[in-house]
Design a protein around this ligand. Structure first.
Ligand SMILES: [Zn+2]
Length: 240
Protein backbone atom coordinates (compact mmCIF):
# COMPACT_ATOMS: atom_id res chain seq x y z
CA UNK A 1 0.00 0.00 0.00
CA UNK A 2 2.65 2.50 0.99
CA UNK A 3 4.19 2.24 -2.49
CA UNK A 4 0.79 2.84 -4.10
CA UNK A 5 0.48 6.01 -2.10
CA UNK A 6 3.92 7.20 -3.11
CA UNK A 7 2.99 6.68 -6.74
CA UNK A 8 -0.24 8.61 -6.19
CA UNK A 9 1.78 11.62 -5.07
CA UNK A 10 3.66 11.47 -8.38
CA UNK A 11 0.42 10.94 -10.33
CA UNK A 12 -1.11 13.95 -8.66
CA UNK A 13 1.80 16.09 -9.75
CA UNK A 14 1.53 14.74 -13.32
CA UNK A 15 -2.24 15.28 -13.46
CA UNK A 16 -1.88 18.86 -12.29
CA UNK A 17 0.60 19.45 -15.10
CA UNK A 18 -1.90 18.03 -17.60
CA UNK A 19 -4.60 20.32 -16.22
CA UNK A 20 -2.29 23.28 -16.55
CA UNK A 21 -1.68 22.46 -20.22
CA UNK A 22 -5.39 21.94 -20.83
CA UNK A 23 -6.29 25.28 -19.33
CA UNK A 24 -3.52 26.90 -21.41
CA UNK A 25 -5.07 25.26 -24.46
CA UNK A 26 -8.30 27.10 -23.70
CA UNK A 27 -6.76 30.37 -22.61
CA UNK A 28 -3.93 30.97 -25.06
CA UNK A 29 -6.19 31.36 -28.13
CA UNK A 30 -8.28 33.88 -26.18
CA UNK A 31 -5.11 35.75 -25.20
CA UNK A 32 -4.01 35.75 -28.86
CA UNK A 33 -7.41 37.11 -29.96
CA UNK A 34 -7.19 39.79 -27.30
CA UNK A 35 -3.71 40.91 -28.38
CA UNK A 36 -4.75 40.90 -32.04
CA UNK A 37 -7.75 43.02 -31.15
CA UNK A 38 -5.49 45.58 -29.49
CA UNK A 39 -3.28 45.82 -32.60
CA UNK A 40 -6.35 46.04 -34.84
CA UNK A 41 -7.81 48.76 -32.59
CA UNK A 42 -4.63 50.84 -33.00
CA UNK A 43 -4.71 50.30 -36.77
CA UNK A 44 -8.37 51.34 -36.96
CA UNK A 45 -7.67 54.51 -34.97
CA UNK A 46 -4.96 55.45 -37.50
CA UNK A 47 -7.24 54.60 -40.42
CA UNK A 48 -10.03 56.76 -38.96
CA UNK A 49 -7.63 59.73 -38.66
CA UNK A 50 -6.53 59.09 -42.26
CA UNK A 51 -10.16 59.11 -43.43
CA UNK A 52 -10.80 62.36 -41.59
CA UNK A 53 -7.78 63.94 -43.30
CA UNK A 54 -9.01 62.86 -46.73
CA UNK A 55 -12.43 64.33 -45.94
CA UNK A 56 -10.87 67.61 -44.77
CA UNK A 57 -8.78 67.81 -47.95
CA UNK A 58 -11.85 67.44 -50.14
CA UNK A 59 -13.75 70.00 -48.05
CA UNK A 60 -10.85 72.44 -48.47
CA UNK A 61 -10.96 71.86 -52.22
CA UNK A 62 -14.69 72.52 -52.27
CA UNK A 63 -14.30 75.72 -50.21
CA UNK A 64 -11.53 76.78 -52.60
CA UNK A 65 -13.70 76.19 -55.67
CA UNK A 66 -16.56 78.07 -54.07
CA UNK A 67 -14.26 81.01 -53.27
CA UNK A 68 -12.97 81.03 -56.87
CA UNK A 69 -16.52 81.15 -58.23
CA UNK A 70 -17.46 83.95 -55.82
CA UNK A 71 -14.35 85.90 -56.79
CA UNK A 72 -15.32 85.53 -60.46
CA UNK A 73 -18.87 86.79 -59.98
CA UNK A 74 -17.57 89.57 -57.75
CA UNK A 75 -15.26 90.69 -60.57
CA UNK A 76 -18.15 90.61 -63.05
CA UNK A 77 -20.31 92.70 -60.72
CA UNK A 78 -17.49 95.21 -60.26
CA UNK A 79 -17.05 95.46 -64.04
CA UNK A 80 -20.73 96.14 -64.40
CA UNK A 81 -20.42 99.18 -62.08
CA UNK A 82 -18.54 101.10 -64.80
CA UNK A 83 -21.32 100.74 -67.36
CA UNK A 84 -24.19 101.65 -65.01
CA UNK A 85 -26.56 104.47 -66.03
CA UNK A 86 -28.95 105.03 -63.12
CA UNK A 87 -28.50 105.46 -59.40
CA UNK A 88 -31.03 102.78 -58.77
CA UNK A 89 -29.08 100.28 -60.83
CA UNK A 90 -25.88 101.38 -59.09
CA UNK A 91 -27.41 100.73 -55.66
CA UNK A 92 -28.60 97.29 -56.72
CA UNK A 93 -25.21 96.22 -58.07
CA UNK A 94 -23.47 97.73 -55.08
CA UNK A 95 -25.70 95.69 -52.77
CA UNK A 96 -24.94 92.58 -54.82
CA UNK A 97 -21.22 93.26 -54.47
CA UNK A 98 -21.50 93.60 -50.69
CA UNK A 99 -23.34 90.28 -50.49
CA UNK A 100 -20.75 88.58 -52.69
CA UNK A 101 -17.91 89.98 -50.56
CA UNK A 102 -19.55 88.60 -47.42
CA UNK A 103 -19.97 85.17 -49.00
CA UNK A 104 -16.37 85.21 -50.22
CA UNK A 105 -15.09 86.15 -46.76
CA UNK A 106 -17.09 83.33 -45.26
CA UNK A 107 -15.79 80.77 -47.80
CA UNK A 108 -12.22 81.92 -47.22
CA UNK A 109 -12.73 81.81 -43.45
CA UNK A 110 -14.04 78.27 -43.71
CA UNK A 111 -11.06 77.26 -45.83
CA UNK A 112 -8.63 78.69 -43.26
CA UNK A 113 -10.39 76.85 -40.42
CA UNK A 114 -10.34 73.59 -42.41
CA UNK A 115 -6.64 74.03 -43.17
CA UNK A 116 -5.91 74.46 -39.49
CA UNK A 117 -7.91 71.27 -38.76
CA UNK A 118 -5.92 69.51 -41.46
CA UNK A 119 -2.61 70.47 -39.84
CA UNK A 120 -3.82 69.21 -36.45
CA UNK A 121 -5.05 66.03 -38.14
CA UNK A 122 -1.64 65.43 -39.69
CA UNK A 123 -0.03 65.59 -36.24
CA UNK A 124 -2.71 63.20 -34.92
CA UNK A 125 -2.01 60.84 -37.82
CA UNK A 126 1.73 60.73 -37.06
CA UNK A 127 0.86 60.04 -33.42
CA UNK A 128 -1.67 57.31 -34.29
CA UNK A 129 0.79 55.64 -36.65
CA UNK A 130 3.41 55.65 -33.92
CA UNK A 131 0.93 54.05 -31.47
CA UNK A 132 0.11 51.38 -34.10
CA UNK A 133 3.78 50.63 -34.80
CA UNK A 134 4.52 50.41 -31.07
CA UNK A 135 1.54 48.11 -30.49
CA UNK A 136 2.75 45.80 -33.27
CA UNK A 137 6.34 45.83 -31.99
CA UNK A 138 5.23 45.08 -28.44
CA UNK A 139 2.36 42.65 -28.98
CA UNK A 140 3.29 40.70 -32.12
CA UNK A 141 6.16 38.84 -30.39
CA UNK A 142 3.74 37.89 -27.59
CA UNK A 143 1.27 36.59 -30.18
CA UNK A 144 4.01 34.60 -31.95
CA UNK A 145 5.16 33.15 -28.64
CA UNK A 146 1.62 32.09 -27.67
CA UNK A 147 1.02 30.60 -31.13
CA UNK A 148 4.20 28.55 -30.83
CA UNK A 149 3.05 27.32 -27.42
CA UNK A 150 -0.43 26.49 -28.74
CA UNK A 151 1.18 24.47 -31.53
CA UNK A 152 3.11 22.39 -29.00
CA UNK A 153 0.45 21.86 -26.31
CA UNK A 154 -0.89 18.57 -27.71
CA UNK A 155 2.54 17.00 -27.92
CA UNK A 156 3.40 18.29 -24.44
CA UNK A 157 0.20 16.69 -23.10
CA UNK A 158 1.01 13.44 -24.95
CA UNK A 159 4.46 13.40 -23.33
CA UNK A 160 3.00 13.94 -19.86
CA UNK A 161 0.38 11.22 -20.47
CA UNK A 162 3.13 8.77 -21.46
CA UNK A 163 4.85 9.61 -18.18
CA UNK A 164 1.53 9.07 -16.39
CA UNK A 165 1.04 5.64 -17.97
CA UNK A 166 4.46 4.54 -16.71
CA UNK A 167 3.54 5.51 -13.14
CA UNK A 168 -0.10 4.41 -13.10
CA UNK A 169 0.70 0.83 -14.12
CA UNK A 170 2.43 0.44 -10.76
CA UNK A 171 -0.68 1.41 -8.77
CA UNK A 172 -3.23 -1.24 -7.78
CA UNK A 173 -6.57 -0.97 -9.55
CA UNK A 174 -8.73 -0.18 -6.47
CA UNK A 175 -6.34 2.59 -5.34
CA UNK A 176 -6.29 3.97 -8.87
CA UNK A 177 -10.10 3.97 -9.00
CA UNK A 178 -10.37 5.78 -5.67
CA UNK A 179 -7.81 8.34 -6.76
CA UNK A 180 -9.46 8.97 -10.14
CA UNK A 181 -12.97 9.25 -8.73
CA UNK A 182 -11.89 11.78 -6.07
CA UNK A 183 -9.80 13.72 -8.58
CA UNK A 184 -12.71 14.03 -11.01
CA UNK A 185 -15.01 15.34 -8.29
CA UNK A 186 -12.56 18.03 -7.21
CA UNK A 187 -12.69 21.38 -8.94
CA UNK A 188 -8.97 21.85 -8.29
CA UNK A 189 -8.21 18.38 -9.67
CA UNK A 190 -6.37 17.71 -6.42
CA UNK A 191 -7.17 14.31 -4.86
CA UNK A 192 -4.07 13.92 -2.74
CA UNK A 193 -3.53 15.89 0.44
CA UNK A 194 0.02 15.78 1.75
CA UNK A 195 0.33 15.67 5.52
CA UNK A 196 3.50 16.60 7.39
CA UNK A 197 4.62 17.47 10.94
CA UNK A 198 2.04 20.30 10.96
CA UNK A 199 -0.59 17.55 11.27
CA UNK A 200 -3.16 19.32 9.12
CA UNK A 201 -4.86 18.33 5.88
CA UNK A 202 -2.73 19.83 3.10
CA UNK A 203 -5.85 20.75 1.11
CA UNK A 204 -8.39 22.09 3.64
CA UNK A 205 -5.99 22.61 6.57
CA UNK A 206 -8.21 20.83 9.06
CA UNK A 207 -6.27 19.76 12.16
CA UNK A 208 -5.83 15.97 12.26
CA UNK A 209 -5.85 13.87 15.43
CA UNK A 210 -2.40 12.48 16.45
CA UNK A 211 -3.68 8.91 16.14
CA UNK A 212 -4.94 9.56 12.61
CA UNK A 213 -1.58 11.11 11.75
CA UNK A 214 0.23 7.97 12.92
CA UNK A 215 -2.00 5.90 10.68
CA UNK A 216 -1.36 8.21 7.73
CA UNK A 217 2.35 7.95 8.43
CA UNK A 218 2.17 4.14 8.41
CA UNK A 219 0.47 4.33 5.00
CA UNK A 220 -1.08 0.89 5.22
CA UNK A 221 -4.51 1.95 4.01
CA UNK A 222 -6.30 4.71 2.22
CA UNK A 223 -7.48 7.42 4.63
CA UNK A 224 -9.71 10.23 3.45
CA UNK A 225 -10.00 13.68 5.03
CA UNK A 226 -13.30 13.86 6.92
CA UNK A 227 -13.69 17.46 5.92
CA UNK A 228 -12.71 17.68 2.24
CA UNK A 229 -12.55 14.03 1.15
CA UNK A 230 -8.94 14.21 -0.09
CA UNK A 231 -6.66 11.19 0.19
CA UNK A 232 -4.39 11.89 3.15
CA UNK A 233 -0.84 10.79 2.37
CA UNK A 234 2.23 11.33 4.46
CA UNK A 235 4.65 13.74 2.82
CA UNK A 236 7.85 11.71 2.55
CA UNK A 237 9.71 14.76 1.30
CA UNK A 238 8.97 16.51 4.60
CA UNK A 239 10.48 13.65 6.61
CA UNK A 240 9.07 11.24 9.13
ZN1 LIG B 1 -9.08 18.09 4.05
Amino acid sequence: MIQDLEYLVKLQEIDLRVREQESAKEQYPMAVADLEKRIEGARETGAAVGDRLAKLASEIEAADEQAAKLRESLNKSQERLSSIQTNREYDAVHKEIEAQKALLASAEGRKTALESDLEKGKTALVEAEKVYENAKAELQPQIDDLRAKIGKIDSVIAEIMAERAKISCNVSLPTMRTYDSIRKKKKSGRAVSLVNQDKTCGVCFMILQPQLCSEIRRGTKIILCENCGSMLIWDEAAGR
